[in-house]
Design a protein around this ligand. Structure first.
Ligand code: ADP
Length: 295
């Protein structure tokens, strides 16, 4: 099973003619509220890939109705806490006609994971399970340390990247998943090749997945490098490509022996996702991915 300690956001998306300027009051021409957050998206991808997925996190009680994409995907939500006092994590997103966006993020309930709750959840995990983390919740170093002490492998996607990531106990992580920009930020480098070298030097015992958009993905393990090509598709919206990739990869990855097939399945799932608009709704289920791969 995958134990995802992750964010759940409500994305409030406003269409605007231009970004609101200082002192301006601007009317939006269209509005929608949708479920988002890297945590929620990765749980959905993982569950759709067919692996038992438990999401650990929190939202405000009044937003319960927003969770249906997670429950419908089969994510175990019994560890999602419902609070009355704190706002759900949310994003205010302005979108202009040329599809540029400007985003205000509020972490809210995503930052209320408690140490007792981490212990309680990890009691249920076995050494063949995974803990999955992104950088949109609190207590990341506690979760890494506690999982490590119990020999439960941790997969960490440090997104969005922040300066404090480098000071986390990353040497205790089994699998680090970064895109090209995150890899360069984390290593203070300017090219993909430099980033690759520094990552391997800094974290020699960590397996690293470096996703490269339409250039596919590289898996670095003990000085070796395995590559999988992305599928050529007509990309419409790359939102949640990485989240789809991560969920599908982890759901299918058990050890070095099946890395290649896990990468291929994850590339297929994320290729399908980029042909569709939106985040969670664009994540395909397992049958669609099998059909895609057999064509
Ligand atoms: P992120 O969304 O975190 O920036 P990437 O852009 O690296 O992550 O995408 C993750 C994976 O999604 C890639 O490794 C690739 O398999 C797939 N993918 C992303 N963009 C495309 C694309 N334009 N065409 C096909 N596959 C894509």
């Amino acid at each position: 099973a995958v134990f995802n300690f992750g964010s759940i956001n409500i994305d409030y998306v406003y269409k605007v003619d231009h970004f609101v300027a200082p002192g301006e009051t601007l009317s939006s021409t269209a509005y929608k509220a949708i479920l988002g957050g890297k945590g929620a998206n990765q749980s959905i991808a993982c569950a759709k890939a067919g692996t038992r997925t438990l999401h650990i996190g929190a939202i405000n009680s009044k937003d319960q109705h927003m969770l249906s994409p997670m429950t419908e995907a089969g994510v175990d939500m019994s560890h999602v806490k419902h609070s009355d006092d704190i706002a759900s994590g949310h994003a205010l997103i302005q979108v202009t006609p040329d599809a540029e966006n400007a985003i205000i993020l509020f972490g809210g309930a995503n930052h209320t994971i408690e140490l007792d709750h981490i212990d309680e959840v990890l009691q249920q995990a076995q050494t063949n399970d995974w803990v999955l983390l992104q950088n949109e919740t609190n207590a990341i170093s506690d979760i890494i340390n506690k999982a490590y002490a119990k020999h439960i492998p941790v997969a960490f996607n440090p997104a969005p990247m922040t300066a404090d990531i480098a000071s986390l106990p990353l040497e205790k992580i089994q699998l680090l998943i970064v895109n090209e920009i995150e890899a360069m930020q984390l290593t203070n480098t300017k090219t993909e090749n430099e980033a690759k070298l520094v990552l391997q030097q800094q974290y020699p015992n960590t397996n690293i997945l470096l996703t490269l958009g339409k250039n596919g993905v590289i898996y670095l393990h003990a000085g070796n490098e395995q590559r999988a090509e992305a599928f050529v598709v007509d990309a419409k919206d790359t939102t949640a490509a990485g989240d789809t990739f991560i969920g599908y990869f982890l759901a299918n990855y058990t050890n070095q022996d099946n890395v290649e097939s896990a990468m291929r399945i994850a590339c297929a799932a994320s290729a399908i996702a980029v042909t569709r608009e939106g985040a969670a709704p664009s994540i395909p289920d397992k049958d669609e991915v099998s059909t895609f791969l057999s064509n």
